[in-house]
Design a protein around this ligand. Structure first.
Ligand code: SF4
Length: 359
């Protein structure tokens, strides 16, 4: 094991605050933000070792992933989502690690679909198992899918996923997902200077006119293990400029308040791209996302250091009203705005790993 920082997954959790007044049906946090999105990590494991998320020298054979008994069961996940629905939650995004590694994920999607009619259910995957599962995911009730794809160049892609996984298989999986009716597909590319930024135009060119939407993501100081440096960040403004030089772009409005990606359409009408600029253009002001970790901790920010243990309530006999009050009380006192206050110092701070709470 290198002398790099050991991730802080399951350390002490924050005490759940007391509720000071009866809860409204849609509590807002201290900055007036509603709880609209629940991102649920269904596994802390992944078959990739993307260097900006799960570097191999930390997440290696010695790494202690969570034993199965520590993972929330599907019933517990559905229960938390149902309670959050009663607090105004409208969207569930299933993440990981790699969510398609969680056995029976289709059954979880089916249970969520039945328990939460009208809810928007999406999933983010590295695509490695998607080709075989696309139809079953759609049939289970999945509505939208996002595929991570950091390069079209096979050598660069294999180097970035650090699992020697070929890009061709992910491209086939994207086609299979589209054929299964999961399109238009969002494609997430994390752009790192000197690693894959030379691929930005190729990615834009490849998916232009396909109906799929590439989102170019600024390299973020998530967790404490990816060796983040500001020098490695390509600001979104530069990415837009590069693409615009070849394919003229025009800014378009967000689909909804709190949308993470800034949208740009191709002036020739052949589709759109997005940029996600957590580092250079913080979007905390309308962040409506809560994250449920694989072992049942609720995190109120991607860059949080600690979460709140809901599993103890779930397995301690608490009824739904008590869980509702707990989530409500947590949200009411939420004040997160990490991207607005990021400094070189905070970037080095201890933060939960993205692979544990799902991006
Ligand atoms: S830094 Fe935290 S509060 Fe800001 S947008 Fe990201 S998750 Fe939301």
């Amino acid at each position: 094991m290198s002398d790099r920082v050991i991730p802080i997954q399951s350390q002490a959790t924050l005490p759940i605050p007391a509720l000071r007044a009866p809860l409204s049906s849609a509590p807002h946090d201290t900055r007036g933000r509603p709880l609209r999105d629940l991102r649920i990590s269904v596994t802390d494991r992944c078959n990739f070792r993307c260097t900006y998320c799960m570097p191999k020298d930390v997440f290696n054979d010695d790494y202690a992933f969570l034993p199965h008994g520590e993972l929330l069961t599907f019933e517990e996940i559905v229960r938390v989502a149902t309670v959050a629905r009663g607090l105004g939650m409208e969207k569930v995004r299933l993440t990981g690690g790699e969510p398609l590694l969680r056995r029976g994920i289709e059954s979880l999607i089916a249970q969520l679909t039945v328990a939460l009619p009208g809810i928007d259910i999406a999933l983010t995957t590295n695509g490695s198992a998607l080709k075989a599962k696309a139809k079953a995911l759609k049939d289970a009730g999945l509505q939208r899918i996002t595929v991570s794809l950091d390069s079209l160049d096979d050598k660069t892609f294999r180097a970035m996923n650090d699992a020697d996984f070929p890009v061709a298989k992910v491209l086939e999986a994207i086609d299979a997902a589209a054929d299964a009716g999961l399109g238009p597909i969002k494609i997430n590319m994390v752009v790192k200077r000197g690693v894959n930024d030379h691929q930005v135009l190729d990615m834009a060119r490849h998916f232009k006119g396909s109906g799929h939407i590439v989102r170019f993501i600024e390299f973020m100081d998530v967790g404490a293990t990816n060796g983040w440096r500001m020098d490695d960040v390509i600001p979104s403004a530069e990415i837009v400029k590069r693409i615009h030089a070849e394919f003229p772009l025009a800014a378009i409005d967000a689909n909804y308040d709190g949308e993470v990606a800034e949208r740009w359409r191709y002036a020739d009408g052949s589709g759109e791209i997005g940029v996600i600029s957590s580092v250079t253009q913080a979007f905390c002001a309308n962040c409506t996302r809560a994250r449920l970790s694989t072992d049942g901790q609720l995190f109120t920010c991607l860059f949080a250091a600690k979460g709140y243990d809901l599993k103890a309530l779930l397995r301690g006999g608490a009824d739904d009203a008590a869980i509702r009050d707990a989530i409500g009380a947590i949200w009411l006192q939420r004040a997160d705005r990490y991207s607005e206050i990021r400094t070189a110092e905070t970037a080095k701070g201890r933060k939960v790993e993205m692979s544990f709470i799902g991006g």
